[in-house]
Design a protein around this ligand. Structure first.
Ligand SMILES: Cc1cc2nc3c(=O)[nH]c(=O)nc-3n(C[C@H](O)[C@H](O)[C@H](O)COP(=O)(O)OP(=O)(O)OC[C@H]3O[C@@H](n4cnc5c(N)ncnc54)[C@H](O)[C@@H]3O)c2cc1C
Length: 398
């Protein structure tokens, strides 16, 4: 097997730029193609924990990311009049103070982009349309650019990965739906929340508001349970309408004001809450990393950590295998598989608790919230299992 030089990555969010950083450090020539015209904005805070903290440290950006920590202090559950029914601290949510980091997703993508923009070739506003293996490598066709040959192609293009579809087939084979949809958008912090989040829960639905960027703005959120919905993933207006239809009759708390804010919002993230489970993360000269390969769902709070660790391990194993990509891809899977499975389990558990389906479940929840001892014991257990899963991989030095 000859020397590998040119690697193409699809997707410039977390997994893509993190992988690119390591590959260029090891001497590869790296290109990233991103479908959006620029880095995508939006999203809530994402968590970085356990082994992923060590990855940030090895990348030399731990202090920068820590400096961007959201400083959130906890989540408050409110009733339809906005009265507080209970609180869970950040520690209760699984974040260990001084150790784990919560950072706005787009602050982290900014940091990763700045770290790689001078050494990695970024192509914006384009997408791969075909990947063909040839004697010399892979011939890649793009929607706009000219075809090019690369030694390897990596899909870091998220839950609905296009590279995965081209290489492994239809998404339905790998997607495990968790039965909910989520919508997130930026709005004004009209409730003057200070480094905290408020959640209003009704049967099958949750409405949230989360203070962001030092309380100067907020992120609104709608989560709802639903049977699979058919919609165009590139049509934000239609997605806003889908979310709005679910909450149109709900008058409690800030629901109506937030529905209006969602309509006006410039950044808008909408997706089905689902996981990706694949028997293999590579085929020939194509591999997958991050959500594309093993998305654990936003409910696990571990998507970003898995992406950072996966990028580190994949690049490291490519370096170690010295051109034998088959060996490198196999080692990447072997190192990551158990870590991925443990973290995906957290997403499955959380999916059961995040959106209460019945009034009885909500009554039970609010009763538990009034008994700090029960609440603390429950969240202590959850946070321990998250901390354990986040560190269940021993990172090699490559
Ligand atoms: C706008 C946005 C908001 C998010 N908000 C949250 C949140 O609030 N909470 C949470 O837990 N997780 C959120 N996520 C998901 C979170 O970023 C991931 O779970 C995690 O960080 C792993 O990242 P990833 O790089 O593997 O995938 P992603 O972050 O999903 O990134 C995939 C990237 O690939 C690009 N892409 C997609 N298709 C193509 C294509 N055909 N060609 C080229 N590029 C393509 C996308 O535009 C995106 O930039 C969000 C993702 C996005 C894109």
């Amino acid at each position: 097997m000859g020397e590998l030089k040119r690697i193409l990555i699809s997707g410039a969010s977390i997994a893509g730029p993190a992988l690119a950083y390591w590959l260029q450090t090891y001497g590869y020539e790296v290109t990233i193609v991103e479908r959006a015209p620029a880095l995508r904005r939006g999203g809530y805070g994402v968590d970085v924990r356990g082994a992923a903290i060590s990855v940030l440290q090895r990348m030399g950006i731990l202090d920068q990311v820590r400096a961007a920590d959201t400083g959130m202090t906890g989540v408050y559950f409110v009733d339809s009049h906005g009265r507080i029914k209970g609180r869970i601290s950040e520690a209760g949510m699984g974040n260990r103070p001084e150790l784990d980091i919560e950072v706005m997703r787009d602050d982290l993508t900014d940091i990763l982009y700045r770290l790689t923009k001078d050494t990695v070739h970024y192509i914006w506003n384009d997408s791969i349309t075909a990947i063909q293996e040839t004697e010399e490598g892979t011939e890649v066709h793009f929607a706009h650019g000219k075809p090019q040959t690369f030694d390897l192609v990596v899909g870091a293009d998220g839950l609905h990965s296009h590279v995965r579809r081209l290489t492994f087939g239809d998404e339905a084979q790998f997607k495990r739906t968790l039965g909910c949809y989520i919508s997130i958008f930026t709005t004004r912090n009209d409730l003057h929340l200070k480094h905290c989040q408020q959640l209003y829960t009704i049967p099958g639905k949750t409405v949230g508001l989360y203070s962001a960027r030092d309380n100067s703005e907020a992120k609104g959120m709608f989560i709802f349970k639903s049977a699979p919905l058919q919609y165009d993933r590139h049509d934000s207006e239609a997605q806003k309408q889908l979310a709005a239809d679910q909450f149109s009759r709900e008058t409690g708390w800030e629901t109506q004001r937030l529905l209006h804010a969602m309509k006006e919002a410039e950044d808008f993230y909408f997706d089905e809450i689902c996981q990706i489970h694949m028997p293999a993360w590579s085929k020939g000269r194509v591999a997958l990393v991050g959500d594309a390969a093993y998305g654990p769902s936003p409910l696990s709070g571990q998507g970003t950590s898995l992406a950072l660790v996966g990028a580190y391990v994949l690049a490291g194993e490519l370096k170690r295998a010295q051109g034998d990509y088959t060996k490198a891809f196999a080692a990447y899977e072997q190192e990551m598989r158990q870590f991925v499975e443990k973290n995906q389990k957290i997403g499955l558990t959380a999916a059961g608790g995040m959106v209460a389906s019945s009034s009885f479940q909500i009554t039970l929840q609010s009763w538990m919230l009034r008994i700090p001892f029960v609440m603390n014991a429950m969240f202590h257990m959850i946070s321990n299992s998250i901390a354990k899963a986040a560190s269940v991989i021993e990172l090699k030095r490559y």
